[in-house]
Ligand binder design. Sequence first.
Ligand code: LLP
Length: 417
Amino acid sequence: MFDYRADELHCEDVPLTRIAAEVGTPAYVYSLAALRSAYRAYDRALAAVPHIVCYAIKANDTLAVIRAFAREGSGFDIVSGGELARALRAGADPKRIVFAGVGKQAAEMEAALRAGILMFNVESPAELEALAALAERLGTRAPIAIRVNPDVDPKTHPYISTGMKKSKFGVAIDAALELYARAAALPGLEVVGVDCHIGSQLTSIAPFLDAWARIRALVGDLRARGHRIRYVDLGGGLGITYRDETPPTYAAYGDAIADAVRGLDVTVLVEPGRSLVGNAGVLLAKVVYNKAGAAKRFVIVDAAMNDLIRPSLYEAYHDIRPVKRATKDGVHPVDVVGPICESGDFLAQDRPLPPVAAGDLLAVMSAGAYGFVMASNYNARPRPASVLVDGARFDVVRARETIADLMRGETVPTSLG
Ligand code: LLP
């Protein structure tokens, strides 16, 4: 949905130059058609099994994005009371919401219980007891799955691997039967499912197959012990192409899921985040200066690590494209950096780019997932505007923060004069 037309990069039918002129930079720009087509690809891939695609809101929690998926019939994966509130505000069906996370607090669990969510993905014995007590006090029963840790290596960045023994997430699969027995004995709980999630940006299907085979076996063991398992949540994690990665196709992914649950008579839940939004968004930035350092050339832009932290935090690669296709030949390696006072503030390093001049626009690609949501106000920088494109129209779906926004809620004690 982002392509060059007449040498100018467009999002759907809108030239990015127009958005920059009207909204300013930096700005996140999302394609509604890309969001929809990713959702529909998942839905189609899972057509052979009863399923709910639960969009993992953490990847991009813009209300308009959540709304777009809700209109497609999506379910949602949340990890906080804030995400619950966003989901409900955007019109999500609570009966299609699952709630994960290792540190759910009483107020968050209570809000989710009152909303009537589909299930809690419980991550520890302590959380299980707390949820059971809370539900009992409220005179209700909390539907739960236990998030089990299948101990497979997803072969992705260590910061985004979650399903190994050393991880803080989930419960060791060997300890699961005991915890399910405990859950069944607690009147505040109703066991309805099994959950796992092994990591993010997986580019091969093998780790999924290992994990899901273990989950399948566990479902059999649980049923043999009398638990009524209706939902199997297979997590998120399907990778996307940032550069030259070749993640499994939707068809291969869907077939693998169908195999994993064949004959089980369950509803499959999946919790994709990145693959639904990642390639549906770009971060639009403007060149401020060129700078020839002693050893390197720098292109200094008006977006920085506070706007998109992935390159700094994970050494992630994001393609960078000039919005006006270069007419001159030749590329030179440059570091594309922001104005923040840290050497770690870069969007790309040693990246071959055609020459650019102050005022030129660049699009940082594949920025729809874990972009804005991880943005901060470091260096007292207002967070960017967000724009949603739909065909030839676009809307600002989140206003650029103002300097006043940055100081909202602060007071200086009178004792300081
Ligand atoms: N479900 C659970 C329980 C998760 O922890 C996550 C992601 C997802 C689903 C969605 O995974 P996805 O389909 O997006 O891979 N900030 C990092 C990614 C962190 C992922 C955290 N958990 C990044 O920018 O790469």
